[in-house]
Design a protein around this ligand. Sequence first.
Ligand code: AMP
Ligand code: MG
Length: 317
Amino acid sequence: MANQAKRIAELIEPLRVEPGSRVDLAKDFDPRYKRRGLKKKHGRELLETGIALLADYQRRLAAQNTYGVLLCLQALDAGGKDGTIRHVMSGVNPQGVHVSSFKVPSSEELDHDYLWRYACRLPARGDIGIFNRSHYEEVLVVRVHQENLDRQRLPESAKSGKLWHRRYREINEWERYLTDNGFKIVKLFLNLSKEEQRTRFLRRIDRPDRNWKFSSADVRERKFWDDYQKAFSEMLSATSTEHAPWYVIPADRKWFGRICAAAVLAHTLIEIDPQYPTVSDERRLDLLAVRRELEDEAPEGAERDPYAAGHGKKRKA
Ligand code: AMP
Ligand code: MG
């Protein structure tokens, strides 16, 4: 187990944005990065192992009911957010996971402070919450397209000065507050190359079963590629913190990106190390007394404990 934890930590170390460092996305992170020597064939096994590990930890997280985990996914269109969620969470109990997708804000949402709608969707203790797009849109799409900001009806005082730096600070403080109160935040940026995005758009156009995923607006957004790269770089520099670091997931190879995403989430759960609640001696005695009562209720001819007598399994089948 310790060995596995170490291997996971090593795998994700190169993806972590060092808090306080200045990121230049194009220079510092390669969307095609892959761990040396790892082949797709072995990758599948590795992902399966990761998924099983997550399922086990998620059960313990729910049983302990002390910590919650928030996974934030950011990417450009066709970056692979949906597929990452589908694959990485495929083994966990759906009751313990809640996915929230954030779109263009509604008028009700715009009537509140900008973090309100995200706060409404935070996970409860014992749960894993997934944000498919997150509060980081507030320093990404809102920054690249200023008309989004105008729609937020902010007072003049909130628009003046270093607006984006203020938002970075507010987001960091919000995340700090959540972390301090038992909600761990995992932040993944799926880093896609411009050429791979083009290829994926082409596939979405060609395949009828993918057409629904394609919108002409996505191609219009692509024209703002450089603005987004700059906004991503600044966001990563300003909001990767010790309590909630960013991980840049190489997204051009879907299979490797998914392994990395599972590994970062697993790493967080391993750090939390949730435990099943232990039962006190007193409670154990209570349980044994109830057990005897149930045994005494056995009808004529039935075993006092069908499971212990080996009948339970047969009946269940
Ligand atoms: P999709 O994820 O493809 O369903 O698209 C959701 C759309 O909502 C994207 O075009 C985002 O840019 C947009 N969006 C998400 N959050 C915000 C926000 N806070 N302000 C404006 N647009 C947003
Ligand atoms: Mg879209």
